[in-house]
Design a protein around this ligand. Structure first.
Ligand code: T4K
Length: 377
């Protein structure tokens, strides 16, 4: 197997031309306005509203703080049903807001909350459902909403992986009460650190803008307890510049994903999830699932073999949130109640995906994988 001379990471941030960034920096310097809803911030909000096809959007300094703000704006209490198969930020946000996470098992194919298992977890203490469009595969938004309406629950989506995702031409950020997007450096669209909330309700947008600015309404009024969740002008400027690269980055990523798929489609024991044609993909991750019996090697063996070749794939999202020591006390975290999630988390591997990745490098990664499948022990 051919080893790479330099490390290939799971992602590499989009690095815009420094000349373009300097032009934006000059505007910021000229305005002498660095944060607190400046011009760059206002422009980015407008641009993203259009791009994501949402009526209201509020920028944040990172996705986690945005999610915490969303939970606060919705005044949730008691229990919130969520997925164990996600980045720590999702479940920790609930805990940090004094809410009790109730873990629901996931769907075998989409790896999202299994909407068929939600109802049995609803109690008199349940106030909301927090779904994650994991790896940019959308949750069953219609079924979740029907259940939420029936039981009078709020719906929040962690759309950290779902930038630009659309279902039948409808922006993913319009489903549920609030959606959170992450603009971290590792995301296709980024502001280095950053995030946003999207809403259908003007009132929620106003509350969000207050909560991220200490609850300050004007110089004479502080109307609610808030914190500092503001995106600054440099972050917003990076975002505006990066938007100009979005179409090109998406095209390159689509080509990389197509290459992975064409090489791996017939490899026994490797599968990947295909989105249905009515979905515009986020192109954020390319995740394979390894069936150890069919492939002849476990996911961990494949992960190690790739590392030995200088390819740093990631086991997102291992370990499962329900298996963290801080969450084991909850009865919903028991492995017996989450059989699908506990199985899926031992199969997944996120392969390198970023616009700068050369097609020849993708082919080399596929050759390594194919070589592993042939060399069965
Ligand atoms: N909800 C979900 C479902 C999420 O996935 C996330 C974040 C959040 C909520 C929270 O949103 P934020 O508060 O972060 O906005 C990374 C990201 O830091 C994290 O944002 C992301 N999800 C998660 C899936 O991936 P790590 O711990 O894997 O990052 P790290 O530092 O290991 O970076 C991954 C690889 O990227 C490195 O191996 C190399 C490369 N890299 C990374 C950085 C930061 C670079 O080449 N350059 C860089 O500057 O979490």
């Amino acid at each position: 197997m051919k080893k790479f001379n330099n490390p290939i990471y799971v992602t590499k941030p989009l690095l815009a031309d420094l000349g373009d960034i300097n032009k934006k920096l000059k505007q910021i310097w000229d305005a002498a306005w660095l944060t607190n809803n400046g011009r760059q911030h206002q422009s980015l909000e407008e641009e993203l509203k259009k791009l994501l096809k949402v009526p209201y959007l509020s920028l944040y300094n990172n996705g986690t703080i945005a999610l915490i703000a969303a939970l606060k704006c919705l005044h949730l209490a008691g229990e919130v049903i969520t997925t164990p198969f996600t980045f720590p930020a999702t479940v920790h946000s609930l805990t940090l807001c004094g809410l009790t996470p109730v873990f629901c098992d996931i769907d075998q194919e989409t790896m999202n909350l299994d909407a068929n298992k939600l109802e049995e977890l609803i109690t008199s203490k349940t106030s909301g459902i927090l779904g994650v469009h994991v790896f940019g595969s959308p949750c069953d938004v219609h079924k979740i909403q029907t259940i939420a309406n029936h039981f009078n629950l709020k719906v929040i989506y962690d759309a950290a992986h779902a930038f630009n995702l659309e279902i039948d031409g409808v922006g993913i950020g319009t489903f549920g009460d609030v959606s959170m997007f992450s603009f971290h450096a590792t995301k296709l669209f980024h502001t280095i650190e950053g995030g946003a909330l999207t809403f259908n309700s003007k009132v929620l947008k106003e509350d969000s803008d207050l909560i991220k600015n200490f609850g300050i309404k004007n110089e004479n009024e502080v109307v609610l307890p808030g914190f500092n969740g503001k995106m600054n002008e440099l972050q917003a400027a990076i975002g505006l510049v990066n938007l100009e690269y979005l179409a090109d980055e998406r095209a390159k990523r689509q080509q990389i994903i197509d290459t992975y798929k064409s090489y791996l489609q017939d490899v026994k024991g490797i599968k990947y999830y295909n989105l249905s044609p009515n979905i515009k993909p986020s192109l954020q991750y390319f995740v394979i699932r390894i069936n150890a019996e069919e492939f002849g090697k476990t996911r961990d063996q494949v992960y190690q073999a790739l590392r030995d070749c200088n390819v740093f794939a990631r086991k997102y999202f291992f370990p499962l949130c329900s298996n963290y020591p801080c969450y084991q006390k909850y009865s919903s975290a028991s492995k017996a109640k989450l059989p699908v999630a506990n199985k899926v988390v031992s199969e997944v591997l996120s392969l390198p995906l970023y616009g700068d990745l050369k097609i020849s490098e993708v082919e080399q990664i596929c050759d390594i994988l194919i070589g592993l499948s042939k060399n069965r022990s």
